[in-house]
Design a protein around this ligand. Structure first.
Ligand code: ADP
Length: 235
């Protein structure tokens, strides 16, 4: 049984924080974008496809998609140690896996596409904000994509399924239900496929189904905002 839970910022359970998206924010990159969920702000910059060095890393059958996620030291209240960590290595890896299905990597043999994601302010769901920014940035770079990848973080707090958790919601502990479950989801709206599904915590099958359904609904809204951001730059 779920406990009564009032969201800290008064949102409905299926309501996301304010979303902002802008394409073309870094002049020197081939493509770039900013994407934010409330106070979680991601910037993505895309370079390539370009020749991959050192040469032994080249794949004659396809391009290497190299994603680098970095949460900057000043992005959180207590200064974070700069540089890569186990967490950033994992997030870089899953971000690449979430984006790969929409790209035609076999069109660019022996090359690399670099995607740098910087989290300049963090309040949870940063991997999802990063994927959304990277997806806009890849399209902004003019790369052929079958569709835009869209991501949102679902959660179970005090037994309730919520969309787009903030950090204080992630840290919330109910009176009886102490566990919070975090479920980042990346969704391909056109082909109705999921390219990322992580689960940190426990959840029942029926609840996971409910979370995925709500994630898809939220992603359709995010997808509209991503497309608007790309349209604006063409005007
Ligand atoms: P995500 O940001 O994708 O939700 P996590 O669940 O790992 O990824 O992190 C949740 C939140 O915890 C982050 O968005 C950030 O607000 C905070 N956080 C993560 N790592 C650190 C850290 N090293 N120092 C301070 N806060 C952190």
């Amino acid at each position: 049984m779920a406990e009564k839970y009032k969201r800290t910022d008064g949102r409905a359970y299926d309501e996301m924080r304010e979303i902002k998206a802008k394409a073309g924010v870094i002049k020197n990159a081939d493509g770039s974008a900013m994407f934010s969920f409330g106070d979680s702000i991601a910037i993505a910059a895309v370079y390539g496809p370009r020749q991959l060095h050192p040469q032994h890393l080249q794949d004659p059958s396809k391009c290497l998609l190299r994603c680098t996620y970095d949460m900057l030291s000043f992005s959180v209240n207590e200064r974070k140690k700069p540089g890569p960590s186990r967490r950033s290595t994992e997030i870089s890896y899953v971000t690449g896996k979430a984006l790969e299905p929409v790209l035609q990597l076999d069109a660019y043999p022996n090359t690399v596409i670099d995607v740098f994601i910087s989290i300049i302010q963090a309040d949870a769901s940063t991997r999802c904000a990063g994927i959304n920014a990277a997806s806009i940035a890849l399209a902004n770079a003019g790369l052929p994509m079958s569709e835009l990848v869209t991501a949102v973080s679902m959660g179970k707090v005090a037994g309730n399924i919520l969309v787009d958790l903030s950090k204080d919601e992630e840290d919330y502990r109910g009176e009886k239900i102490k566990e919070t479950t975090d479920i980042p989801v990346a969704y391909l709206p056109r082909s109705d496929k999921i390219s990322l599904l992580q689960l940190d915590g426990r959840i029942k099958v029926a609840e996971l189904r409910e979370a995925i359904k709500a994630a898809k609904k939220a992603c359709l809204k995010i997808n509209e905002i991503q497309r608007e951001a790309l349209k604006k730059i063409k005007e």
